[in-house]
Structures are given as structure tokens and as C-alpha cells.
Ligand binder design. Sequence first.
Ligand SMILES: [Zn+2]
Ligand SMILES: [Zn+2]
Length: 124
Amino acid sequence: MFFIAGINRKREQLDYYEPIMCSACTKYGRFEAYVEYSVLSLFFIPIFRFGKKYYARTTCCNSLYLITNKEKGLMMERGQGHNVFLKDEDLMLIQKGFSGRTCPNCYNQVSQEHNYCPNCGTKL
Ligand SMILES: [Zn+2]
Ligand SMILES: [Zn+2]
């Protein structure tokens, strides 16, 4: 007898757009949230979901956070995102984004306040 089983990783955008003052780049931006989960399917029929994780991403600099408060993630997933406010303790920074510029000469990442690349001195 054949078993055709597969695991797919899925991602869904959540209904959540929270304006924030970004702690990574200190600009005003928005949080966008999405959920990722794995689906086990047998004979191409999804059987169950597992390994669900909620993420928030800032629109200003693409910083990525894991939403550690699953209750809030679940509320967003149920379309109650307008009742959710993410606090610092609900979030774990995974990847700090970058909103500055890239030096055209040496590809060093330079923050906005510099007019010259600190690495090679090229004017930006
Ligand atoms: Zn930012
Ligand atoms: Zn440079």
C-alpha cells in the first residue's frame, strides 16, 4: 500500500496594521503580521496543522519579530487584529532591519545621518 504524505510550510497574512514608533530605526512605521504553520497532508488532503508561529514585520525597515504572545496572534488570526496592541514583551526580535543606504563603492551599510561612507569615505 502506498502512503503519499507531505508537509508543507504555509504563510498567511494577518489582519493587523499597527502604527508604531520603530525601536530598530526610530522612525514611524507599521507592523504587519503574518502566521506560518506546517500542514501535514495525506493523499493531498490536509490532515492537520502544527508548528504555528506568528510574526510581525515593520514596514519602515523590515525588522522581523516573533510574536511570543500566542493569544494575541490567535486574535489576529480570527480577524480581531484591531483589538490587539503588541507590546515589547509580546515580541522577540529575530532580525533587525536596516533603513539606511548602501555605499555604492564598497557596499557598506551606512545609516542615514552619515553623508560620507565611514568605511571608504565615498560621498553618498
Ligand atoms: Zn524600522
Ligand atoms: Zn564605502
